[in-house]
Design a protein. Structure first.
Ligand SMILES: [Mn+2]
Length: 323
């Protein structure tokens, strides 16, 4: 059976806005803000052009106010136990405004940065495609609330904020997120294997669809991806789709430069297959690639492996096929 060449049916032309989100405030380790720079230096933009994309770059965080804020950001917001809520709130709001207002009919490709940036990219995408289904590829569920988070790191919370869970306890700076912009039945996870007790409860109580590594072993990656697409599409064969891809979903031996590694992850082929198969539907409109942290490498090979994996995820999502 021949592989269909992805054709991106929701786009007027093959044009992509690359939204740079060099941000690390959603967690405690420095370096993840350099992910976009490293991926661009590795030739990401040219690789997309070779796949037939017209490219443009957007930099929502490049302005003085944000730089000033970064200097004065506090470890904890005064009214919340989450860390750096002021900084995360300001950065994600800027990303949101760009994704909502400046993408036009382009494919939305957001390069992080830590996973907190998905509050901006997904909320923004859902303003343009309110019915879009989100497929969240990750070792973690990232659905802690202000109440359940143990670390206080907001990169472990973006999904709950997008769903409006525990809204009464939001840090004030994150009140901008449109209420319940993401419906609990319009997201599906693949790759989970490190889920906090509080998160498990949230997933169960809200009936949120999730395929852990158990399900990948049980059904195989092909069936899991089909079930994920079916779940978020709700019977609409033209349902716009977005992938939010945390590279820590992949087995750590392939991706050593990421902040929260968990063993027994997706193989590289499984990780790429997810993107290739979803692209093949023609329904993709957006992708996040997050948590590439070049500064966590102990040698050049580890850094290169991680950057290459990140770039390959982008290419597999944006039309590269094996044949
Ligand atoms: Mn994540």
């Amino acid at each position: 059976m021949a592989t269909a060449q992805p054709h991106y049916k929701h786009l007027k032309e093959k044009s992509v806005s690359i939204v740079l989100a060099p941000f690390s405030g959603g967690q405690g380790k420095g370096g993840v803000e350099n992910g976009p720079d490293y991926m661009l230096k590795h030739g990401l933009e040219k690789q997309l052009q070779e796949l037939g994309w017209k490219t443009s770059i957007k930099e929502p965080l490049k302005d003085t106010n944000y730089e000033e804020l970064k200097q004065t950001a506090t470890e904890k917001s005064a009214t919340s136990k989450t860390k750096r809520g002021d900084l995360v709130g300001e950065a994600t709001k800027k990303i949101y405004n760009t994704c909502k207002n400046e993408i036009g009919d382009d494919f939305q490709l957001t390069i992080g940065g830590d996973h907190s940036i998905a509050m901006g990219s997904i909320a923004g995408l859902l303003q343009r495609y309110p019915d879009a289904g989100i497929i969240w590829i990750d070792a973690h569920a990232d659905i802690n609330t202000v109440t359940t988070t143990e670390s206080g790191n907001l990169h472990g919370c973006p999904v709950s904020f997008l769903m409006g869970l525990d809204k009464e306890n939001y840090p004030p700076e994150l009140q901008w997120i449109p209420n319940q912009v993401l419906k609990t039945d319009k997201i599906c996870y693949i790759g989970l294997r490190d889920v906090d007790a509080g998160e498990k409860k949230i997933l169960q109580e809200n009936n949120i669809k999730a395929f852990s590594m158990y399900h990948v072993d049980r059904f195989g990656i092909n069936s899991v991806v089909e079930m994920a697409i079916d779940h978020v599409s709700k019977g609409n064969k033209d349902c716009p789709l977005m992938i939010s891809y945390d590279v820590d979903a992949l087995e750590p031996s392939y991706v050593k430069c990421t902040g929260t590694m968990v063993k027994n992850g997706l193989t590289l082929r499984e990780g790429f297959f997810i993107c290739e198969r979803i692209a093949e539907t023609g329904n993709l409109v957006a992708l996040d690639v997050v948590e590439v942290n070049p500064e966590l490498g102990t040698n050049d090979m580890d850094i290169l492996d991680t950057i290459m994996a990140g770039c390959a995820v982008v290419r597999c999502t944006m039309g590269e096929t094996l044949l």
